[in-house]
Design a protein around this ligand. Structure first.
Ligand code: ADP
Ligand code: MG
Length: 338
């Protein structure tokens, strides 16, 4: 790519770090891993029309491309340090690249993450970010440590990102909470309320917040951890498979946001929370005797946390519906090749 575009990316994402011996500009970056730390590395690609809808702003794409990667580091209990950015663009569009770099920088700066290199090619729009973080030896949070009897918890609220995508795809037609729509038709509810709720859901889709502080706090507490990117059932299922256990969750305990509840009927909200992707919250298991520590440590961070179920013998995730009956959960989460 033109030197000037790379230079714009470099200056918009500038972050000085002593451990970056050589950043953007040479054939490779040269980085110093702090003594006594292990590296946690991850890469994720966002493809237009697959991982974000066509029409998403450059700033949002830049933010999200980094956020989904930082979420993977959060799930490992790692502290982010460096990133690489591989951009495929249909054409060299300066305004787009600047927007992207700005969104990236808005999330990178508060975490002191340095963009140390990348690659730029021409083709259908896609963005890959690779992140590198540090974790004390042997301290990384794995999917494989869940034990029978553990409590299953999640940070934040579930289903908002998938609901945001749904409202975008069905701009004028979506299932509305029946009491709310009745109240609205009587003129009792400010119609701005629903458009605000809709904006919140779309922001949750486009600007997910990686739960890095929570991931760090969980390093000495959680037995197993994963970030919810493909849907709760699918991702908790990964913990179960890796740990050789099963899980039972209670649909009535799922943490739902006020915006999700305002916009959707109960069945849709529950469906989004169980199977919708793009939440980027953490799902983790802790021994029952550490439950109070988790609640107090995470609430001190201002991070909401909800116990939704427990780890049991067996395999797979079973969900008890609000009526007390077990649900059919063959409807797994996101399938990469569907
Ligand atoms: P080379 O051909 O040696 O790989 P490039 O021309 O691809 O070099 O890149 C020149 C420098 O700019 C390298 O340091 C590379 O890491 C950096 N770079 C290229 N594209 C990006 C990008 N999208 N974001 C950040 N750095 C980039
Ligand atoms: Mg190159």
């Amino acid at each position: 790519m033109e030197f000037s575009l790379i230079e714009r990316i470099r200056s918009l994402t500038e972050q000085s770090r002593d451990d970056v011996r050589l950043g953007i500009g040479d054939d490779a970056a040269v980085l110093a891993v702090p003594a006594g730390q292990e590296l946690a590395v991850a890469i994720d690609t966002l493809v237009e029309g697959v991982h974000f809808p066509r029409g998403t702003s450059a700033v949002d794409i830049g933010w999200k491309a980094l956020a989904v990667n930082l979420s993977d580091l959060a799930a490992m209990g790692a502290t982010p340090a460096w990133a690489l950015l591989a951009l495929t663009l249909p054409e060299p569009d300066q305004a787009f690249v600047e927007g992207l770099a700005e969104g990236f920088a808005q999330l990178a700066k508060p975490h002191r993450l340095a963009l140390v290199g990348g690659d730029t090619t021409r083709g259908p729009l896609s963005i890959s970010v690779a992140v590198h973080g540090f974790v004390a030896p042997g301290k990384a949070l794995l999917r494989s440590g869940a034990k029978v009897g553990d409590a299953v918890l999640v940070t934040g609220t579930l289903g908002d990102g998938a609901a945001g995508l749904h409202t975008l795809a069905n701009a004028s037609h979506y299932p509305v909470h029946p009491e709310r729509s009745a109240a609205e038709s009587k003129g009792n509810v400010d119609s701005d309320y629903r458009s605000d709720a809709r904006d919140v859901l779309i922001a949750r889709l486009n600007r997910p917040t990686p739960q890095l502080a929570a991931g760090l706090a969980l390093r000495d507490l959680a037995h197993a951890c994963i970030d919810v990117s493909d849907g709760l059932i699918a991702d908790l299922g990964h913990i179960c498979t890796a740990s050789g256990v099963g899980a039972e969750i209670d649909a009535s305990l799922l943490p739902l946001s006020p915006s999700l509840i305002a916009m959707y009927d109960d069945a849709s909200a529950q469906q989004f929370a169980l199977t919708g992707g793009d939440d980027y919250e953490l799902c983790f298991t802790v021994p029952m005797n550490r439950l109070a520590d988790v609640q107090s440590d995470l609430s001190r961070l201002g991070c909401g946390v909800t116990r939704i179920g427990r780890i049991v013998e067996g395999q797979g995730v079973n969900v008890r519906g609000v009526d007390g009956h077990w649900l059919e959960t063959a409807q797994a989460g996101w399938n990469h090749f569907a």
